[in-house]
Design a protein around this ligand. Structure first.
Ligand SMILES: [Zn+2]
Length: 202
């Protein structure tokens, strides 16, 4: 199977309109082709996102407005039909692809570790902030662009922006653990505001 064929089948697959024998062929291709596999995962996420969105009323001409707003080179025939059948999903998909590819890179440029709160009881190693076993962080701790490794205690909330949290079995956090993905929030904001522009005219 060619990648272009796989791309076409993915949409039908996610619409649950793909015959079973073609599903098998698609799955075979995805197993062998990392690029299509990645594209499929992205589409799957978009699909889930669209279904999680609050119901918006979709004007009749939304599809044609989306097609007009797409750059000419991104307008192969196979897409046109899908966009017309799924104007809302197309809007989200289009934005996710464009935004994720261009803006995640932008975000990653500012990757300096920033710490706020009680920093006296933590150990910083590169981009990893460790709260050692037996140590207690008084109050809240906020970590930006870093990984948190919690072995000790946090008396307040632990917030990690653009990073991950690892909790050891000895960890104890009295408040809430919150992770924030700014790039994703931003994409989400862009998708919804672009939606308004396309749906209701600018
Ligand atoms: Zn492929």
């Amino acid at each position: 199977m060619k990648c272009s064929d796989a791309a076409r089948l993915m949409h039908d697959y996610l619409d649950q309109e793909l015959p079973r024998d073609q599903c098998k062929l698609l799955q075979l291709h995805l197993r062998e082709c990392p690029q299509c596999e990645a594209r499929f995962r992205a589409l799957e996420r978009t699909d889930a996102l669209v279904h999680a969105m609050p119901a918006v009323s979709v004007p009749d001409d939304l599809a044609s407005r989306i097609m007009k707003s797409l750059p000419k080179s991104h307008k192969p025939k196979a897409w046109t039909g899908w966009v017309q059948r799924h104007p809302a999903a197309s809007a989200a998909a289009f934005f996710l692809v464009v935004m994720l590819s261009s803006f995640v890179a932008m975000w990653n440029q500012d990757d300096q570790l920033k710490l706020s709160g009680d920093v006296e009881h933590v150990v910083v190693r590169g981009h990893t902030v460790i709260i050692p076993a037996g140590q207690t962080v008084k109050g809240n701790l906020t970590i930006e662009n870093g990984e948190a490794q919690v072995l000790g205690e946090v008396e307040g909330n632990l917030t990690v922006i653009d990073g991950n949290v690892t909790l050891a079995s000895t960890a104890h956090i009295a408040g809430k653990v919150k992770t924030v993905d700014r790039a994703l929030d931003w994409v989400w904001y862009k998708v919804t505001s672009w939606f308004d522009t396309v749906a209701y005219g600018s």
